[in-house]
Design a protein around this ligand. Structure first.
Ligand code: FES
Length: 125
């Protein structure tokens, strides 16, 4: 494989990743500054915790209301209105603890993956 591609995949965190987070930062589901603020917070918290998760900033997930949106794979859990405080609870209970924050789950679709009927185990297991 092209070494530059390999380096990019490693930089993206693909080897060893247990989850992939997609974050819509607006502009239609939320104000872009609010979306950017939560994106910066998410990046910081992921770095601090060392969680094996990839993250991708999206410009639109096609909901276009009730953002910023956070989608967590492999479970396919969609959270709306995510701010720093909400993300910290999602981080603690879902991403680290393995249990989605049910009261904030707006939708769920694992796209046929095997996490559809159960939660992914916490990192390190
Ligand atoms: S702008 Fe966020 S879902 Fe469309």
């Amino acid at each position: 494989m092209d070494p530059a591609i390999q380096a990019g995949l490693e930089k993206a965190g693909l080897p060893g990743a247990r989850r992939h987070l997609f974050v819509c930062i607006g502009p239609d589901c939320c104000a872009t500054d609010a979306g950017e603020a939560v994106w910066v917070h998410i990046k910081q918290r992921l770095r601090e915790t060392g969680l094996p998760a990839m993250r991708t900033k999206a410009a639109c997930l096609r909901v276009c209301r009730g953002g910023p949106w956070l989608v967590v794979y492999p479970e396919g859990v969609w959270y709306g209105q995510v701010d720093a405080a909400r993300f910290d609870r999602i981080l603690h209970e879902h991403l680290l603890g393995g249990v989605p924050v049910a009261e904030w789950v707006a939708a769920r679709n694992s796209l046929g993956g095997d996490a559809g009927g159960r939660e992914a185990p916490p990192p390190g297991r």
